[in-house]
Design a protein. Structure first.
Length: 163
């Protein structure tokens, strides 16, 4: 699989293609969004929205390319909420490429990238309503460390130590 898959760092200038991919993944986003976002909202949320006291230099957004086609997105924020911890903010794939091992392959690339950046822990949130996502992250070695209530539902915070 790795010969046909490439993770490419992207910027906001790719927002139209990113938006098209996101609109093909509405099943994924329905766990927390009640209405379809605009292209401007997608661009802002993916490329510019940061927690307080963080820097855009610590944010990386990757396009997952399969034979030259955009089939997924990965969003990372390094050194948050503490040094040497990366938040995996988003990892989503077009429905036609799911359940083919792509997620596992890309997640391994995420771990490698985090190690390259000197990170020792990965952290993510998955909505309680997303049972498939919970199982996937548990299979990758993540454990639940806390829960948070939000207007969109209960968020399970999960972490994994990188060895």
């Amino acid at each position: 699989m790795n010969q046909e898959i490439e993770l490419v760092k992207i910027a906001a200038s790719q927002s139209p293609a990113v938006y098209e991919l996101m609109m093909s993944c509405l099943d994924y986003f329905s766990h927390w969004q009640k209405q379809q976002p605009t292209i401007e909202e997608v661009e802002h949320d993916l490329f510019y929205d940061l927690p307080p006291d963080t820097d855009l230099a610590d944010k990386e957004v990757f396009a997952v390319m399969k034979v030259g086609q955009l089939v997924g997105l990965i969003d990372l924020l390094h050194d948050y909420p503490q040094e040497e911890t990366t938040i995996l903010g988003l990892m989503v794939f077009h429905p036609r490429v799911r359940h083919q091992g792509l997620g596992t392959f890309c997640y391994q690339q995420v771990e490698n990238r985090c190690r390259e950046k000197g990170q020792s822990k990965l952290r993510l949130g998955v909505y309680q309503s997303n049972g498939i996502g919970q199982k996937m992250w548990q299979k990758q070695g993540f454990i639940e460390v806390s829960q948070q209530d939000s207007p969109q539902g209960r968020l399970l915070v999960m972490e994994k130590e990188l060895l």
